[in-house]
Write a protein that binds this ligand. Sequence first.
Ligand code: FAD
Length: 317
Amino acid sequence: MKVLVHVELRGDTPGADTVGLVSRAAAIADDVEVVALAPRTEALADALARSGARRVSTVAHGTTGVSVLEASVDALERVCRDEQPDAVFFAASVRATDVAAALAARLGAGLNWDLTDIRVVDGELRGTRPILGDSKLAEVGWKGEGPSLALFRPGAFARVDVPDAAPPEVRRLDVTPRDAWARVTVSDTTAQPDTGPRLDEAEVIVSGGRGIGAPEHLELIRELARALGGVAGVSMPVVTQGWAPYSMQVGQTGTIVRPRLYVACGISGQLQHRVGMERSGAIIAINTDPAAPIFSFCDVAVVGDLHAIIPRVLELL
Ligand code: FAD
């Protein structure tokens, strides 16, 4: 089985979700090629080879140094027509979703989205997709023309290193710009200021829920996160009350996370929060209510008041 993985770069390096996706593709397919819209290859090829990529193709686009979405679609379409892959995988993001949809239209191919797993059954791909508010898992397949296109939920796969990976074959594609996007000029871009490690790539996350009681108590959560070398997150009510920005929200409609350690403070563990963090390596929950749902799936349950426990933990740390 031949699988193509679309790579979205953060600066010069692929995001953690893309790297995890390459690992998953390598586990189910014997031939994995990644396609990135970037002129440079060294760092990229190295990172992706260790996750199981056999070939890395980069595409230098013809606009004024700024990536235009249609260029990715053109590049992927070209590789799909030349290489005839069985499937093309995308780690979901706003941009990747647009690219996948456009590619599906160009190729007349089927696209399944929001998948959390994929496997091969009797030579055919089967995706896993949470449904009904994530309370059930559906198995989905593809029919029709072209490769099977799949968008995966953030945090779906962790990177798995391939020991002694051979350097991948690296090639550079020249894709002639189509008229439509060759006429596009990007006059300005604004980068969001970097505010520290990203939630979806953090190794340690300490999150505060409604149980923190007041916005000023978020500082206690941030302090514990700093002491553990991690990043602070929150549950949805903390965001809807205006105590924290949306970028800090963990959960179904926030960021899906997969740290090594997740510390949930004053969070009940409702389904929509749970689906965003249950794949963490270890979960510690601090909650005053011994019947809180989070205690049914955490690894360490601390029954008590976070305002008493966190300062004590900080002292010990
Ligand atoms: P609560 O459920 O109110 O729990 C607060 C907890 O704090 C309680 O268990 C309480 O015992 C404990 N507590 C109180 N005081 C203390 C104290 N002093 N010390 C220790 N513990 C204390 N939620 C998300 O988080 N992320 C999402 O992305 C998300 N998306 C959603 C999407 C949809 C479509 C819907 C319908 C809901 C979504 N929700 C989401 C909301 C979700 O259903 C829950 O309402 C929410 O997760 C509850 O947040 P919480 O645990 O902080 O608050």
